[in-house]
Design a protein around this ligand. Structure first.
Ligand code: SF4
Length: 512
């Protein structure tokens, strides 16, 4: 195989951004798979340049030059930037490949704009691309292995590609690691619920942890497992065997059913500093929080006791909720969440608006069958800029009123102060303060208020939300144009639109 010049682009951001959150955290949100793909390509003897776009760089200047092949990794919110970049590279004869969550969720849309679109990606998948490396027109090739790979290059092998990105993080530098893929739980909205759970090699984990001690005095590691600690004892043994206790700081997303007091004691000894459990709803999805038979007020009390207990062992807890689930009706779910904010003042509540990402979850077929999925451009599909499912039990104005009320309550001066007081360490205090006053708290509140105003005053805007019009409101188009900047001119024709029911069309053509 001829030696290729390959670019790998990890799109953490969908455009330039100057928020405090982006400055501090974006470099810590780099994905693992672009680093893996870069490593595999280099192992085949190719010349590889990887860039992680955090929104701080001048993308035009940073893009890899004179390449034959470009891999782009993108979440759905950065898909339009990815499409524009692909168009730009293809215009210069470069072969383009899309991987990452957007490629998994919307492969039929992505093949219109890329030569290759990758689902589950093994080394053999990448080899196939490298060997065939040729333009695929008019439609790209969708390649996907049957399941996630069981082995991935560890931190030591990926270090060359990790280090330059971490150098962009001014304070906290968090190394991305993976202990497992998939999840044994079956939350119906989740992209990982249908992916077989597979632990990765614990020996490589130990080796990587030891390696990191040669790079940092006390490494900080962000576990990218969808649900960390399913094989709890094995994970903890690997950490304990790697180095003396508290040699590392760990951040992880895990379910409350794993975060029992016994487990938390062990996690505290092993240096876990931040945990992000999902609560999602007061009425459903209880199987992962051990509250399957509990609903409403009782569940709030129990979960809040659990979360407060967690603070005895870890200084930072973020609790994740989904707003607008079909099980929610009336004021109660929002009032219960406000109650939780009062009862667990130290926890940082992360709110997501119910969203259906293409083929991510079988539940999306139901939304599509009921004609409830709205065609918001990908740029807004990040769980908060747009909710692309019409809520079952709320009118839009009412729903936005409730979301605004809850967000304002959560980031009121009183709640911010109580969170600040309840957080046990100065890092947790300042991190939460920054999140509240940056894009996540105040920024979202401003945006929701603007959307609410448009819904009330602008009839075509409202009709788009009701599914009565397909005409994208100028409000949204202007945001995309501004965010893409010079890349707007490279956005391929038709890329602003996608078929919101493509998954259903594919699964049961007769249903449409
Ligand atoms: S526990 Fe978390 S990772 Fe697992 S299926 Fe549910 S939401 Fe997804």
């Amino acid at each position: 195989m001829a030696k290729l010049k390959i670019g790998v682009i990890d799109l953490v951001s969908k455009g330039p951004t100057n928020t405090l959150w982006a400055k501090v955290m974006h470099a810590n949100l780099a994905s693992i798979m672009p680093q893996v793909v870069a490593t595999w390509c280099e192992q085949q003897g190719h010349e590889v340049t990887l860039i992680c776009y955090t929104g701080q760089e001048d993308l035009q200047k940073e893009l890899p030059r004179s390449v034959n092949l470009v891999f782009i990794c993108s979440f759905t919110q950065a898909a339009l930037l990815a499409y524009a970049l692909s168009n730009y590279f293809r215009s210069q004869g470069v072969v383009t490949v899309l991987g990452g969550p957007h490629a998994r969720c919307y492969p039929d849309d992505a093949v219109k704009y890329f030569d290759y679109v990758l689902g589950f990606t093994h080394q053999a998948t990448v080899l196939e691309v490298l060997q065939n490396c040729s333009p695929q027109k008019p439609k790209g090739k969708h390649l996907s292995a049957a399941r996630q790979p069981a082995h991935l290059p560890g931190v030591k092998e990926r270090w060359k590609f990790i280090e330059p990105t971490l150098k962009k993080a001014p304070f906290l530098q968090m190394v991305p690691m993976l202990g497992s893929v998939g999840c044994p739980y079956t939350c119906s909205f989740c992209i990982d619920a249908t992916v077989d759970y597979q632990p990765l090699n614990f020996e490589i984990i130990k080796e990587d942890l030891r390696f990191l001690l040669t790079k940092f005095k006390k490494p900080t590691i962000g576990w990218h497992d969808p649900n960390f600690g399913v094989r709890f004892e094995d994970n903890m043994e690997a950490i304990a065997a790697a180095a003396p206790l508290k040699s590392f700081r760990f951040f992880a997303e895990s379910s409350l059913s794993i975060l029992t007091e016994e487990h938390l004691k062990v996690m505290q000894r092993n240096g876990f500093d931040a945990l992000l459990p999902g609560i999602e709803s007061w009425y459903e999805l209880g199987n992962k929080s051990r509250t399957a038979r509990m609903v409403g007020e009782e569940k709030v009390k129990r979960i809040s006791e659990h979360v407060n207990m967690m603070f005895r062992y870890v200084p930072y807890v973020q609790t994740n909720f989904v707003l607008g689930l079909d099980s929610d009706e009336g004021n109660e779910p929002f009032e219960l969440t406000k109650r939780f904010v009062d009862l667990s003042p130290g926890a940082f509540p992360g709110y997501s608006l119910l969203s259906a990402f293409g083929e991510a979850a079988p539940l999306n077929l139901e939304y599509q069958r009921a004609n409830r999925v709205l065609p918001f451009p990908f740029h807004f599909l990040n769980n908060h800029l747009a909710m692309n499912i019409k809520p079952q039990h709320y009118e839009w104005l009412d729903f936005y009123d409730k979301v605004i009320d809850l967000t304002a309550y959560t980031f009121s001066k009183k709640a911010i102060y109580q969170r600040f007081r309840a957080n046990p360490t100065s890092t947790a205090k300042w991190m939460n303060l920054m999140r509240a006053v940056s894009s996540e708290g105040y920024g979202r509140l401003r945006f929701y208020r603007q959307v609410r105003k448009n819904l009330a005053e602008d009839k075509p805007f409202r009709q788009y939300f009701e599914g009565e019009s397909q005409q994208l409101p100028a409000f949204y188009k202007n945001i995309i144009q501004k965010d893409l900047g010079v890349w707007w001119q490279w956005l391929p024709a038709g890329a602003l639109e996608h078929n919101p029911n493509a998954y259903l069309h594919k699964k049961s053509p007769a249903a449409v």
